[in-house]
Design a protein around this ligand. Structure first.
Ligand SMILES: [Zn+2]
Length: 291
């Protein structure tokens, strides 16, 4: 998960058309979020989200090509809040007034969004808003009444996930906060398929480094690398980290973390005899890129 910079004012046209506003009014009048079957997932909305999210899931960063197709997801569930997130006996009809609200719409893959994962889950630790506010300006997700709910699930449009999540050297995510922990659990961010994909990125880097190390440290190799050539090869490898951290890249969170925590993510995979050498090569690279 990475931070997404959404322009909350740039509302896709369909969401402000009469047909959409009427649907929202009906859902509010009947307190029935199931009336939202169209509009929120209109092509103009999908296109806007697809651009914003670079065709990646808001939660797990899987692309359409490697996961299931992406869906327009309601951060606050539109028709029901799961009983697991409510006090005993309380019923919540869902945030039936937020079905077409741009600031409540994210882009997510089926695996993160389905029942058993995010589904209708919406745990909070503040004051639950149970029915629609009279003033529609309060529908905005950054309105104080919404903030006072203190949602526990990470919303990449509102917070920087790096403050709440970390990754280890085998591709497993860990919470750095309560929100981080609960988001990993509910979005199921440590699904086996995701750990494998993240680990692949780390392994690929490690293997490329090891290959160059063997070309550098074998005295019998006729094409043995000089120290300068070795650093050049390391630079080529490390430059791919800079590419990988771009928001359009799948699992860019992994690359961001390798750049920021190279020692703990990459060095454990390197023979201790060569760790200092690799560490120095990386520091040299970083000083060149960010002098
Ligand atoms: Zn996902």
């Amino acid at each position: 998960m990475i931070k997404i910079n959404k322009d909350f004012q740039a509302i896709p046209s369909r969401l402000i058309e009469n047909v959409t506003l009427q649907q929202t009014s009906s859902a509010i009048a009947t307190q029935n979020g199931n009336l939202y079957t169209t509009n929120y997932n209109h092509d103009t909305v999908k296109e806007a989200l697809s651009l914003l999210y670079h065709d990646k899931c808001a939660y797990c960063e899987s692309k359409i090509t490697s996961g299931a197709y992406l869906q327009v997801e309601h951060y606050r569930p539109k028709a029901k809040v799961d009983a697991k997130d409510l006090p005993n006996g309380q019923v919540h009809k869902g945030y039936y007034w937020l079905g077409n609200e741009w600031s409540n719409l994210l882009f997510a893959c089926q695996k993160c969004n389905q029942q058993g994962a995010k589904g209708n889950r919406f745990p909070i630790k503040g004051i639950r808003v149970l029915t629609h506010p009279q003033d529609s300006s309060q529908y905005f997700i950054l309105h104080q009444s919404m903030l006072d709910e203190i949602p526990l699930l990470l919303n990449p449009e509102l917070v920087d996930p790096s403050d709440h999540l970390s990754i280890d050297h085998i591709g497993v995510l860990h919470g750095k906060s309560g929100s981080g922990d609960i988001s990993i659990q509910i979005y199921r961010l440590n699904r086996v398929d995701l750990i494998i994909e993240r680990k692949k990125i780390i392994d690929n880097f490690v293997n490329r480094i090891k290959k160059q190390l063997s070309r550098y440290n074998d005295p019998l190799l006729p094409t043995r690398l000089s120290p300068g050539q070795f650093q050049d090869q390391m630079t080529i490898i490390f430059e791919d980290l800079i590419e990988g951290q771009l928001p359009q890249e799948q699992y860019s969170f992994v690359y961001i973390n390798i750049l920021n925590q190279f020692d703990s993510l990459i060095l454990p995979h390197i023979d201790p005899v060569f760790q200092q050498e690799i560490k120095t090569a990386f520091q040299t690279f970083i000083h060149t890129i960010f002098p």
